[in-house]
Design a protein around this ligand. Structure first.
Ligand code: NAD
Length: 309
């Protein structure tokens, strides 16, 4: 067996780490030498907001577990909206931050017809703005030390859509774009950014999936991929990985074959209709397009076009 990857001397900030996936990450890094900031605004272990009779919060429970196993961890109870305070906890306790795992999340599921502005805004606030705030506060430290690893948590609902989750889908796909640009801006500073699309048994899924399926979806089956991606020897960046139940797979964008049109009066909706099959034909597309640069290159390299039929 090869030597297990370790995270000695690394400071890891994990948001929403009081339960579910976040807790699994925290216990993993705590057991592998990292100094862990366990963030969660959750109150008592039952999930109330004010703490239980002992004043203990869910983040404290995870910190206790890590320390009992000989690890290093501190708790932070701020909402991710105040990501700077979470990073401040890392700086005060451990001097810097190397790894950010943006994991905190909420759901406000409701059909689009019945969705209230507040349902939409709150979900964006926690997932998108919260991930931004933590990464933003960590960024100068990562740049300065020329090392950073960021994981953002997307979702199948964001990639494929899901009934009752327009708010959540919008937020989760936003995090893919956020990750892709962070990866580009961080490259020069040895800062990588990847997005994961997990599926795991947790508070979020226990009411919607049957028990036999939940049994196969242990959060611990997502952890190794995150552990690998944020290790100092891993340079992979700009990736999107679906992870769950022991299955791990990379996702990528794909562009269809497409069609070219002359930029004149012949470029009409009926000209589009005539080439609709080519526009939608993935059998001869490019597999990993590099955004609009590719599209311009295709248009510029095209031979003289006849007028659109
Ligand atoms: P979970 O509910 O067990 O964990 C989320 C944690 O985030 C909770 O402990 C909660 O207290 C905390 N949290 C909520 N709002 C917060 C805030 N403002 N600031 C700090 N902490 C906050 O759910 P989970 O399944 O472990 O989800 C973890 C992440 O994975 C979420 O981003 C979720 O959207 C995503 N996800 C999960 C699944 C899945 O199958 N479980 C699928 C796709 C995506």
């Amino acid at each position: 067996m090869g030597k297990e990857l370790r995270f000695d001397d690394k400071v890891v900030v994990i948001t929403g780490a009081g339960g579910g996936l976040g807790k699994a990450y925290a216990l993993f890094f705590g057991a592998r030498g990292a100094s862990v900031v366990v963030n969660d605004l959750g109150g008592s272990l039952k999930g109330e907001t004010d703490g239980d009779a002992t004043g203990k919060r869910v983040a404290d429970g995870v910190v206790d577990e890590i320390i009992k196993l000989g690890g290093k961890a501190v708790a932070n109870y701020d909402s991710v909206e105040f990501g700077d305070k979470i990073v401040e906890t890392a700086i005060k306790a451990f001097g810097t931050v190397h790894i950010v795992i943006n994991n905190a999340g909420i759901l406000r599921d409701v059909s689009f017809k019945n969705m209230k502005d507040q349902d939409f805004k709150l979900v964006q606030l926690v997932h998108v703005y919260g991930s931004y705030k933590v990464a933003k506060a960590a960024w100068p430290h990562m740049r300065k030390q020329k090392f950073g690893r960021i994981i953002n948590t997307a979702s199948a609902a964001g990639l494929y859509g899901n009934f009752g989750q327009t708010n959540y889908s919008a937020a989760k796909l936003a995090l893919v774009g956020f990750t892709e640009t962070l990866a580009k801006e961080g490259a020069k500073y040895n800062i990588t950014a990847n997005a994961i699309v997990p599926i795991a048994a947790s508070r979020m899924t226990e009411t919607i999936l049957p028990p036999d399926v939940l049994d196969k979806l242990k959060p611990e089956y997502v952890v190794p991929v995150v552990g690998y991606l944020v290790h100092e020897n891993t340079k992979d960046t700009w990736g999107i990985y679906e992870v769950g139940a022991g299955a791990v797979t990379k996702l990528r964008w794909q562009r269809a074959k497409g069609a070219l049109f002359k930029g004149d009066d012949s470029f009409t909706p009926s000209a589009v209709l005539k080439k609709w099959d080519e526009i939608n034909d993935f059998s001869a597309g490019s597999e990993f397009p590099n955004g609009s640069k590719d599209l311009l290159a295709i248009a510029e390299s095209s031979p003289k076009l006849p007028p659109n039929a």
